[in-house]
Design a binder for this molecule. Structure first.
Ligand SMILES: [Cu+2]
Length: 222
């Protein structure tokens, strides 16, 4: 158990260290979650697989040995309780950890910049609060949470931003949402992630992350 938690701690710490200033939210939480689940999976695998190999050898059939022995001598209430309680704690921990990430993903920070996003065969339309509209190119300020309110004009699309590790369906007649934040300037690509016809694979939008000053200048220009 101690070993298990030290692995979790190490995974969380290495994740935190390598992403002191993460490139994007909520990508950092996904990375942390991946490390925690991977660490736990490795530990559980070793706890299960190594004793299994030992037991395979230790209790193998040998003619004339233990032919009439009862299993009673191997029963242990303490062990039964241990391997019921420990997995229960692990599963509760994973559930809480997953729900925390889910809650973070579903709830954009209140200071988010809201951009109405409409998918159509086969491009994306972005409507800013200022009234500015762009197609297949989303310009956003660095270090600011962006909330995309998604819908579709025709069929179901999905906006996927791999660098931010976030994705949501764009459904006709319904408004869905996602949020992300980039902490470095640069250009990233978003993809349509729901097959929507002939040019689905070309249905990309460039995401330009610029400084706040450059964004203000751009949004106020015609
Ligand atoms: Cu599409």
């Amino acid at each position: 158990m101690t070993q298990m938690f030290s692995v979790i701690g190490t995974a969380a710490a290495s994740s935190a260290a390598s992403t002191a200033v993460p490139l994007a939210y909520p990508a950092d939480s996904w990375d942390q979650m991946f490390n925690i689940w991977l660490g736990l999976a490795v530990v559980i695998y070793l706890i299960v697989a190594l004793p299994m190999l030992y037991f395979l050898y230790r209790f193998r059939y040998q003619e004339g040995v233990n032919e009439t022995a009862s299993t009673k001598e191997y029963e242990s209430h303490g062990l039964e309780v241990l391997w019921t309680i420990v997995p229960l704690i692990v599963v509760i921990y994973l559930a809480v950890q997953s729900l925390t990430l889910y809650s973070e993903m579903r709830n954009p920070p209140p200071e988010s910049l809201v951009v109405k996003t409409t998918g159509m065969m086969w491009s994306w339309q972005f409507d800013y609060p200022s009234g500015k509209t762009t197609y297949s190119e989303l310009t956003v300020p660095v270090g600011k949470p962006i909330k995309l309110e998604l819908t579709s004009r025709d069929v179901i699309h999905a906006l996927h931003i791999p660098a931010a590790k976030t994705m949501e369906d764009a459904v006709p007649g319904r408004v869905t949402h996602l949020w992300f934040q980039f902490n470095e300037t640069g250009e990233f690509t978003s993809f349509c992630r729901e097959y929507c016809g002939t040019l689905h694979s070309k249905m990309q939008a460039k995401i330009k992350v610029v400084s706040q000053e450059a964004f203000d200048e751009w949004i106020n220009a015609n």
